[in-house]
Ligand binder design. Sequence first.
Ligand code: CA
Length: 238
Amino acid sequence: MADGPTSMLRPLVLVVEDEPALATMLRYNLEKQGYRVEEAADGQEALTRITETQPDLVLLDWMLPVISGIEVCRQIRRRPNTRELPIIMVTARTEDQDAVRGLNTGADDYITKPFNMEALFARIRALLRRTSTVPTKGRLDFHDITLDLSAHRVQRNGRAVHLGPTEFRLLEFFMQHPRRVFSREEVLDAVWGPDIHVEPRTVDVHIRRLRKSINGAGELDVVRTVRAAGYALDTEPV
Ligand code: CA
């Protein structure tokens, strides 16, 4: 219990797992760690339970009946009220490709079956820590970049970076979700707003402008292009 959550309001974990024995085992161990647990046995039920119970984190099995884990993940990210919901994908597959696909679909982390409970708890704790401290105003930091929201200023490595309003909003959005890959449509939704009709290619144009401004001579390109998926703010290729 020493490492478990200590707050009076214990975090709620939604376990999405179609193998009853594994679901029971996860519930037992998570409750012992001090978490509250809800369960869903398929993808459709998962989406319903998320709406009903508003969990703090979803432990999402990849291979699920009715709606696959990856589709559940996609839908969670598509819905405005669950866009930020922390997701750990549980996969029986060992191929890195699948893990990358899971992350690109919007999962925050993944763990491969069979896994050790302590390893899972460590990931859950790390993810809850990470996602509960997202600043909404003030200052955002990523690598050597600082974005001052109130002063509307950007600095990289100590030098001032001048950005147009769209590039500023774009960078702000990416800095709020470092390392997460967003499709052009998702970027349009978040930065331009869902009611504005803009060609997805427009995103490419603004990304190009952002890159040109933010990446000085000899500096690392912090905007990663993920082929057929979109963009992420990242310092290392996957
Ligand atoms: Ca399964």
